[in-house]
Design a protein around this ligand. Structure first.
Ligand SMILES: Cc1cc2nc3c(=O)[nH]c(=O)nc-3n(C[C@H](O)[C@H](O)[C@H](O)COP(=O)(O)OP(=O)(O)OC[C@H]3O[C@@H](n4cnc5c(N)ncnc54)[C@H](O)[C@@H]3O)c2cc1C
Length: 310
């Protein structure tokens, strides 16, 4: 891909995060659970808050396009890629700490901590309340930004405070009541903040009971969701009063295909990549689904998956 990014920017990013943490001309299909997406000129993996703030300030001052991501579990990247810098907050920025105090447990996590690993550590410590979230793919940063939820719980139920930075690189601490959580939204998405660190509050629980609950929810997920094929989870938001999967199923769209993109036979709420899907296939299929569902029962579906590079 021909990039407009200057060598100066690539040099700055490399000096800031270290050569081992920069990838050039990187295909995004390697970094999204959909396994779709063209190249980005620079993909970097900062390892601490200072590096992140330094990058954001530089990008802001020099009007450089960039995008912050976690595990890419809710991301559709265009076939042409994205002409900017990807800042990935994942394993290189994922320290966690669990402290028991008089009120239960305080769990601190850097944004890149993976939900499953964090959930296992929390279960081992005997803290309860996070079981619902443990099987949600991705990072705690992505989960806070999306107010991810499953099985009757939402991240907002367990968050105490979040350290973010704004797009000028200023650090801000947001308490729970400032986080404006709603269905798959938060102050982080509304104000375009970047999640740096998250503090959760959890209660003491019975370790065996916690593990059993996680196992039970994992089994439910395995039985219902097409976890053996690439996807980005539920493709559409849940319209108020309905379930997207049921609407899609009722409209007779289970198994519908455009190119390599298909409405999952196992769970109609998932668009899956059958092997060679392009982002264009996914867009054409989701447009068709929206149109057919609207024709069939007048409900407007909205994408839950975030788009980049379109
Ligand atoms: C098989 C499967 C099952 C799923 N099941 C569920 C489910 O049960 N419930 C649910 O809610 N979701 C589910 N999802 C969707 C996905 O797991 C969540 O949206 C998750 O929170 C995304 O986290 P991520 O780290 O992968 O974010 P990414 O996909 O990398 O990014 C998603 C969005 O968050 C932003 N973002 C990521 N990290 C940060 C950060 N540190 N600061 C600011 N913004 C950030 C990105 O810019 C982007 O807009 C599922 C996905 C898959 C593939």
């Amino acid at each position: 891909m021909e990039s407009h990014l200057l060598d100066k920017t690539i040099k700055f990013v490399t000096e800031t995060v270290g050569e081992d943490h920069v990838l050039e001309s990187e295909p995004m299909r390697e970094h999204t659970t959909f396994q779709i997406g063209g190249e980005v000129p620079v993909f970097c993996k900062p390892q601490n808050k200072e590096q992140i703030l330094k990058l954001i300030k530089y990008f802001n001052e020099n009007s450089i396009d960039y995008y912050v991501m976690g595990n890419g579990s809710n991301l559709l990247v265009s076939d042409a890629g994205f002409d900017g810098v990807i800042v990935q907050l994942l394993d290189d920025y994922s320290d966690t700490e669990i402290v028991e105090d008089g009120q239960g447990f305080k769990v601190s996590a850097q944004a890149g901590a993976r939900m499953w690993r964090l959930g296992m550590k929390i279960a081992e410590a005997g803290a309860c309340g996070f079981e619902f979230a443990t099987g949600i793919p991705g990072t705690i940063g992505g989960a806070v930004m999306m107010n991810a939820g499953a099985y009757g719980g939402e991240i907002k139920d367990v968050v105490d405070s979040v350290t973010v930075c704004d797009r000028q690189g200023n650090e801000i601490i947001l308490e729970k009541d400032e986080l404006e959580f709603g269905y798959r939204t938060s102050a982080v998405s509304k104000k375009d903040y970047i999640v740096l660190e998250v503090v959760l509050r959890l209660e003491k629980g019975d370790k065996t009971g916690i593990r059993e609950r996680i196992d039970e929810l994992t089994e439910k997920r395995n039985n219902k969701q097409p976890l053996d094929v690439p996807s980005a989870g539920s493709t559409f938001k849940r319209p108020e009063g309905y379930y997207a999967a049921k609407l899609i199923d009722d409209a007779g769209l289970r198994g519908l295909k455009v190119g390599g993109a298909m409405v999952s036979e196992k769970h109609a709420g998932f668009v899956v990549n059958t092997g060679n899907a392009t982002a264009e296939d996914v867009i054409a299929l989701t447009d068709k689904i929206k149109e057919k569902v609207f024709e069939y029962n007048g409900v407007k579906l909205e994408l839950e998956v975030r788009k980049l590079g379109f």
